[in-house]
Design a protein around this ligand. Structure first.
Ligand code: AP5
Length: 219
């Protein structure tokens, strides 16, 4: 059976990362978050990281060729089905992924939009806190999902951090990028038989139940 690439689409703060963590455990997928891959490059000070750092802090998109290159290198090494979170983000990325998958005999799996109204997203992003231990990467929110002890991860005890692009100003820039790229991307996928949309403006457990149902059809 050929390897499948599943995709979670959604605006900044729509809950892609939160849901991806549970989906990859439930369906034994590899989680490929381009945001995480780029942040890792920034923290290691690689050539790509040095270029991406300021772009990401401003809430702009890293160029398509750089992101596609990182993704394709990871796909070549993969032996499990993958779940993309934050990729593809532009029509060019979607087309390049399609070409790459067909050239390697790989298959597009579920493409699922986590749909959340714009007005709730800023508060989600600004209040987000993350475990600083990348191997854990637990996601919290100061109001809706606070850690038991302030500033400390419940799961591994590491300090929590605030992403540099989780400010109100950077969020608005990220939303601007999302709004200018999303409609063509949606147009590329929405008539595919494996496309679904789920209401992401519900409790995380309810969103997960919907996603589990969708992925259960195909994963
Ligand atoms: P990336 O890391 O992909 O960020 P993003 O897409 O903006 O998404 P977020 O991580 O902000 O949100 P999320 O949907 O994962 O939400 P989460 O689950 O954490 O990208 C960062 C940057 O990298 C980009 O700006 C760009 O510069 C670059 N980049 C990345 N990919 C790229 C690409 N393909 N091309 C070019 N550049 C790229 O949840 C958010 C908060 O809400 C949390 O606090 C959580 O607890 C809470 N929450 C989650 N679900 C719920 C719920 N159902 N109800 C209430 N609260 C909830």
């Amino acid at each position: 059976m050929s390897l499948k690439a599943h995709i979670l689409l959604g605006a900044p703060g729509s809950g892609k990362g939160t849901q991806a963590k549970r989906l990859v455990e439930t369906f034994s997928l590899t989680h490929l978050s381009t945001g995480d891959i780029l942040r890792d490059a920034v923290s290691k000070g690689t050539e790509i990281g040095l270029r991406a750092k300021a772009i990401m802090a401003e809430g702009k998109l890293v160029d398509d060729d750089t992101v596609n290159g990182l993704v394709f290198a990871r796909l070549l090494d993969e032996t499990s089905d993958v779940l993309f979170d934050g990729y593809p983000r532009t029509l060019q990325q979607a087309q390049a992924l399609e070409d790459f998958l067909s050239s390697k005999g790989l298959e597009l799996g579920s493409v699922v939009l986590v749909d959340v109204p714009q007005e709730v997203l800023e508060a989600r992003v600004v209040g987000r806190r993350l475990c600083s231990n990348n191997a854990c990467g637990a996601i919290y929110h100061l109001e809706s999902k606070p850690p038991k002890q302030a500033g400390v991860c419940d799961l591994c005890g590491s300090p929590l951090k605030h992403r540099s692009d989780d400010t109100a100003e950077a969020f608005r820039s990220r939303m601007g990028e999302f709004n200018s790229t999303f409609q063509p991307l949606l147009g590329f996928y929405k008539h595919r038989p494996t496309f679904r949309s789920v209401d992401g403006n519900r409790a995380p457990e309810l969103v997960f139940e919907s996603l589990r149902h969708v992925f259960g059809e195909r994963a």
